[in-house]
Design a protein around this ligand. Structure first.
Ligand code: DGI
Ligand code: FE
Ligand code: FE
Length: 395
């Protein structure tokens, strides 16, 4: 059997990878393709490479529909970073191996680690991109063929210049077109490449738009929450830009009347709980998340969740949920809440304790002012964080 090997970091796997694999199969250069992610190539810093299980999962999703493509974790399992090692160990002397080399890499092939060992175990397939010079390409190939007495096969790919690193640079949202849909969804669901997942609207545009829709005092409150959330994120190892964005959006639905909130929820099939029916202003959290997603095209599920839960809280919140929930309560513009000095000091020391203290004060306050109408999520949150703190104190 003729086995083609497509190596790389696949961080993330994109459509051009698939086009190359498919091209090699369709042109009958090979019978099967192994997609083989590398642990971390010698020329890249390991710190920048996404965890291998995520890269593996994305590959699985991308090749799901292609029966002649297979994931191989051979390099990951053996921690091989040199193709020479991989091929020596992989070669079973029954199959024929073809190693696929992308456009630019062919120029430097002679300087790879033991190219002669590589070519003892396989033949090369050089990928020629439509947008690169044919002359240089042929020159490089002829050089390898004469230097190593081997045959280099050519695969013409009608492809754009996309690479994983350029995908990360332009941002996942803009690069959506270059990614398999399931891979894109996986990236969003798992918050990968986070620094780049914002919305097509940039932060300045979002802020200007929010300012237009809020009263001046509500906008000042929003900016206060954003600064507070950003500072807290740095302490709790969360992306400060993501925290800032979530805070900027948290009260985006605050300036609607109860009637408008109810109407919008119904129109958009957003479930209205009993407690929200009793106190419709609570809906500004759910509708805020809805507007963030549909008007500002925010796809980061952690941002949407933090907006969704910022008013009532809930049991077992994420780091960002807690940051936004707490920052909303202690931002510099707040004056009426009790023990603000203590809570503000606590905010940079202990996020779970802060969450608990705020929930406790909120429940006390609501008992006094709203009687029985406390949202069940608030009660659950309070009990959950009381246990978290109790368990900690028991130890
Ligand atoms: O939107 P903000 O004013 O910045 O703050 P928020 O989203 O925390 O909303 C605060 C209001 O929500 C305040 O009037 C108290 C009320 N609230 C918070 N939790 C509950 C609640 N009201 C009811 N009925 N039940 C709750 O569990
Ligand atoms: Fe709010
Ligand atoms: Fe708020």
């Amino acid at each position: 059997m003729r086995i083609g090997i497509l190596g790389g970091t696949f961080d993330p796997i994109h459509k051009t990878h698939i086009r190359i694999a498919k091209g090699a199969l369709d042109n009958d250069l090979v019978d099967k393709i192994l997609i083989m992610p590398s642990p971390c190539p010698p020329h890249k810093k390991s710190s920048n490479v996404t965890d291998s299980w995520h890269r593996i999962n994305m590959i699985k999703l991308a090749i799901e529909d292609y029966k002649d493509m297979e994931l191989s974790t051979f390099e990951l399992d053996n921690n091989f970073t040199y193709t020479a090692d991989t091929l020596t160990q992989l070669n079973n002397h029954q199959d024929d191996y073809y190693f696929i080399v992308g456009g630019d890499s062919i120029a430097s092939f002679s300087s790879w680690y033991h190219p002669e060992i590589i070519l003892n175990n396989c033949e090369l397939i050089a990928v020629k991109r439509a947008d690169s010079s044919a002359e240089d390409f042929i020159k490089n190939i002829n050089k390898i063929e004469s230097e190593f007495t081997t045959k280099v096969h050519i695969l013409n790919i009608d492809s754009d210049n996309i690479s994983s690193s350029s995908i990360k640079k332009i941002g996942i949202n803009h690069a959506k077109a270059y990614l398999d849909e399931k891979v894109y969804q996986y990236i969003v669901d798992n918050n990968l490449y986070k620094d780049t997942i914002i919305s097509p609207m940039n932060l300045t545009e979002i802020k200007a738009d929010i300012q237009k829709n809020l009263t001046p005092s509500r906008y000042i409150h929003t900016l206060g929450v954003a600064e507070t959330a950003k500072n807290m994120a740095q302490v709790y190892n969360y992306n400060p830009n993501t925290a800032y964005l979530a805070a900027i959006l948290h009260d985006v639905a605050k300036n609607y009347s109860d009637e408008e909130l109810l109407k919008m929820a119904k129109a958009n099939n957003i479930e209205i709980s009993d407690s929200e029916l009793n106190a419709p202003y609570l809906l500004h959290a759910k509708l805020g998340a809805f507007i963030a997603e549909n008007k500002y095209h925010i796809t980061d599920s952690e941002v949407l969740s933090a907006i969704r839960w910022h008013t009532t809280g809930k049991a077992d919140m994420t780091t960002l949920d807690k940051i936004i929930f707490c920052a909303d309560y202690i931002e510099p513009g707040r004056t009426k809440q009790e023990r603000l000095d203590y809570l503000r000091e606590l905010s940079l020391l202990d996020l779970d304790l802060l969450t608990f203290e705020i929930l406790k004060q909120t429940v006390d306050y609501l008992k006094k002012t709203k009687g029985d109408n406390i949202d069940p999520n608030t009660i659950n949150a309070y009990e959950y964080y009381r246990k978290v703190i109790d368990n900690r104190n028991d130890k």
